[in-house]
Design a protein around this ligand. Structure first.
Ligand code: ZN
Ligand code: ZN
Ligand code: ZN
Length: 291
């Protein structure tokens, strides 16, 4: 329920454990919800445990969220202290626009021009070419003050269409599995070449046979490639699931079921609307854009 004023909309918060390496897996989510409702003096739309040991909270309004974010932390018991933080990506939707004219300006100038459209952050997508020189692509990522980017924005007498922003899947730089960042990783470091526990000293290269950890974990038949190979079947699968989830606005679970139902019927990925799919493919065509 986004409101155009840009102030009252449901806000997402992250609850994480303080002063302990344990996550919140064994803590009652209902208990957390009750305490949050008492602090914010209002109902919470949902509390959901995440696999990284934190809890995702969606409030009914920004007033609730503001009260909770101001609190910063609270105690559930004498041994469980919790931190409350705003969820950056869920509260601030992202989209991509294409403009060679704007790309000639620096990011601060572009931001100034787009502030009236509730844009709070911009970053240009550049491509590295020969001699490591950065080249403008004309693509600019916009981050908004609210979760829902508009389909287009008006600049002078022009209407500029916005495209869904589809980043590559999150990959842990420690264990190399998809789905979590390194700062929440509880697993041992992995060698990207052989897929086993990290065994190299500084400057040393792995001479073992290549084996992709992600494909081995998913039991994909062809796993004899480097873990960072862009042709890795697991990377491509994760990438498509994420694209379906973002472009169609559905959960990961729903995106997987859409993907499976279409691959069973042996049809190309026409599950999102044709327009959204084309805009996605157009952006994807520039391979290096998203990392
Ligand atoms: Zn990890
Ligand atoms: Zn190795
Ligand atoms: Zn692989």
């Amino acid at each position: 329920m986004a409101e155009r004023s840009g102030v009252p909309y449901p806000k997402y918060l992250t609850i994480s454990r303080l002063n302990s390496s344990d996550g919140l897996q064994r803590v009652s989510v209902e208990l957390i919800r009750n305490v949050l409702e008492n602090i914010s003096c209002g109902p919470i739309e949902y509390c959901q445990k995440l696999s990284n040991g934190t809890v995702l909270v969606k409030t009914w309004g920004s007033l609730n969220a503001a009260k909770l974010a101001q609190v910063g932390f609270f105690s559930l018991s004498s041994s469980i202290d919790l931190a409350v933080r705003e969820h950056w990506s869920l509260n601030h939707g992202r989209a991509v626009m294409h403009s060679y004219e704007l790309a000639q300006h620096c990011e601060a100038e572009i931001l100034q021009q787009l502030q009236e459209h509730d844009v709070i952050h911009v970053s240009k997508i550049t491509r590295r070419r020969k001699r490591n020189k950065e080249h403008e692509t004309g693509l600019i990522i916009l981050q908004f003050a609210h979760p829902y980017p508009p389909p287009s924005i008006r600049m002078g007498d022009k209407v500029v269409r916005l495209h869904p922003y589809v980043p590559h899947p999150t990959r842990c730089s420690n264990c190399l599995l998809f789905g979590h960042p390194a700062r929440t990783c509880q697993r041992p470091r992995t060698c990207a070449n052989c897929g086993y526990a990290y065994h190299l000293t500084a400057g040393e290269r792995c001479n073992r046979a290549q084996a992709c950890l992600n494909c081995r974990t998913r039991k994909v038949p062809h796993s004899r490639h480097h873990t960072f190979d862009r042709e890795c079947p697991t990377f491509i699968w994760e990438d498509q699931i994420r694209a379906i989830s973002i472009v169609s606005g559905v959960s990961r679970r729903r995106a997987i079921s859409i993907y499976k139902s279409h691959s069973r019927r042996d049809r190309p990925m026409s599950h999102f609307s044709e327009v959204a799919r084309l805009s996605y493919l157009k952006l994807r065509a520039s391979e290096t854009l998203f990392n």
